[in-house]
Design a protein around this ligand. Structure first.
Ligand code: FAD
Length: 476
């Protein structure tokens, strides 16, 4: 259990009683109140199987009104809750620590409106990202974000974690694309900021409080989001690179050669790719290289864009920055390459135990942390590798060990955060703070900023029932 593993004390919340369950059943009906141990179990365990809570109740509301009634009741009774979307979060924020009631949004999955002129999509928070993308593609639009977990993660979870993903470089982050939202505060008050306008300077921009607050300030129930136009042409290149310096040079060159059509620039080191190929039996379209770069373009003219990327490949093969590579506009071939990149996270779950870190570091020093960790861990780690969104300075570091031990943890933490802080990076680039990182947040947040975060939490959730033990560090 997370509580023992991380030595966290239960806060002074009430325990769920039979009368509470009856109350929830009176609002939701019996089917949408899970109390059976086996049924509740998956909602207690996170995606990387690192955190495990002890909740005995899962609630599945279908409407904002139901969320509001549940929260008003829990707030009055001092019952703690854990908001949950697709449970793909990687920092333990989506599962309870003790017996918090899980409020899972999966049944709030309706698309409300799509404005094809502005590209504004309004939907409920439980819509799965991939379903939304499929829907808007039918209307010549795409979702402004894409990530490996798209088949399970929900738009409400994306908003609550301020998810970044594969094309942030091109389409920006959710603070820009989310036009408005509806959220329910701890006391059940529904905050309606569900506007679909690009411009709306009417006082404080309250939606931003919910973007990235990981379910600690309210439950997001509806989202209005801007969808860019479906690109008429998409092209993908996958390149073998000699060393990390050349990845950086190639990135600079891609920005100037490909300009406005560049939509993703991802990197992976040799081990990230070879392990994924081996563990998941996936094909690698090129042979073995120390580093790999994946470069994608989104544009409006297939011939022109394909030519641009091919010229880029030829030029940089001649210069030696690219050792080998392939460029394709064939959707099936593109999917095979993307699949290799998107499966890296899952491949490290095969065998042993994996520590996952998601940090951002100024690009010049982006990869420094990987050799540093390799040296520090020596043969205690079976694999240390790095990959990620180099365009955003965001590297994911995976450390595989035969099994979880306190000794290995003490070698990695806080070392990794100290080093990231020395390199002027952030200890969480896009996954959030969740349950796993509150004690390290000070490496990236000044005391004055942390103080204001606490003031906001106190104002919006004075009883602290929303996702306790997450984001904010304990005060002693
Ligand atoms: P959950 O995991 O269920 O919850 C995440 C947090 O949000 C929790 O704190 C939870 O309490 C809160 N929450 C969820 N729904 C709500 C709601 N409606 N209201 C209030 N709070 C809520 N992340 C990236 O940023 N970029 C990536 O490229 C990326 N790639 C990934 C690839 C894989 C294979 C996996 C497994 C994960 C990846 N992630 C990535 C992490 C994760 O998918 C994202 O954080 C995602 O946004 C979480 O959405 P979810 O619906 O699964 O939320």
């Amino acid at each position: 259990f997370s509580a023992e593993k991380y030595n966290v004390k239960r806060k002074n919340f009430s325990n769920v009683q039979a009368a509470d369950v009856s109350y929830f059943q009176s609002i939701l009906g019996n089917d949408r109140v899970l109390t059976d141990r086996d049924e509740v179990l998956p909602f207690n365990i996170d995606w990387i199987r690192n955190c495990r809570g002890q909740s005995q109740v899962v609630l599945k509301p279908k409407t904002t009104q139901e969320v509001s009634e549940i929260l008003a009741y829990c707030n009055k009774k001092r019952l703690a809750v854990c908001p949950q979307g697709g449970n793909t979060g990687l920092v333990g924020g989506s599962v309870p620590v003790y017996d918090e009631i899980v409020i899972n949004l999966m049944l709030m999955d309706k698309i409300i409106t799509l404005d094809e002129i502005s590209g504004a999509l309004v939907c409920e928070a439980g819509c799965v990202l991939e379903n939304l993308d499929n829907y808007v593609r039918g209307h010549n639009l795409i979702m402004p974000l894409d990530l490996g977990a798209k088949g399970s993660c929900q738009i409400g979870g994306n908003v609550s974690t301020n998810a970044g993903g594969l094309r942030l470089l091109r389409y920006g982050n959710l603070h820009g694309s989310v036009l408005g939202l509806e959220a329910v505060k701890a006391d059940g008050t529904v905050i309606d900021c569900l506007r679909s306008l690009k411009k709306d300077n009417t006082g404080y921009h309250l939606k931003h409080l919910f973007i990235g607050s990981e379910g600690t300030l309210g439950i997001v129930t509806k989202v209005a989001i801007h969808c860019p136009v479906l690109p008429k042409a998409a092209t993908l290149g996958f390149f073998g690179i000699k060393n990390f310096e050349n990845i950086l040079e190639l990135y600079k060159s891609a920005k100037s050669s490909l300009g406005e059509i560049l939509s993703a620039f991802e990197m992976a080191d040799n081990l990230a790719i070879t392990q994924t190929v081996k563990n998941l039996n996936l094909p690698n379209p090129i042979s073995d290289y120390p580093f790999y770069a994946l470069v994608e373009t989104h544009g409006s003219n297939e011939v022109h864009d394909g030519e641009k990327l091919s010229n880029f490949l030829n030029k940089e093969m001649e210069s030696g920055l690219i050792m080998d590579g392939t460029v394709t506009s064939d959707p099936a071939k593109m999917q095979t390459i993307w699949n290799l990149r998107e499966s890296i996270a899952a491949s490290s779950l095969v065998g042993g135990y994996v520590f996952k870190y998601d940090v951002s570091i100024p690009q010049k020093h982006y990869y420094d942390i990987v050799p540093m960790l390799k040296q520090r861990l020596g043969d205690k780690a079976s694999a240390v590798f790095g990959y990620g969104h180099i365009g955003d300075g965001n590297i994911h570091i995976n450390i595989s060990v035969p099994q979880y031990t306190k000794e290995v943890v003490s070698l990695i933490e806080p070392f990794i955060f100290e080093e990231v802080s020395k390199l002027k990076g952030s200890i969480s680039a896009e996954h959030g703070i969740g349950f796993r990182k509150p004690q390290f947040i000070h490496y990236s947040k000044e005391p004055s900023a942390l103080g204001l975060m606490r003031d906001l939490k106190q104002l919006m959730d004075p009883n602290g029932i929303l996702n306790p033990y997450k984001v904010l560090p304990e005060t002693n």
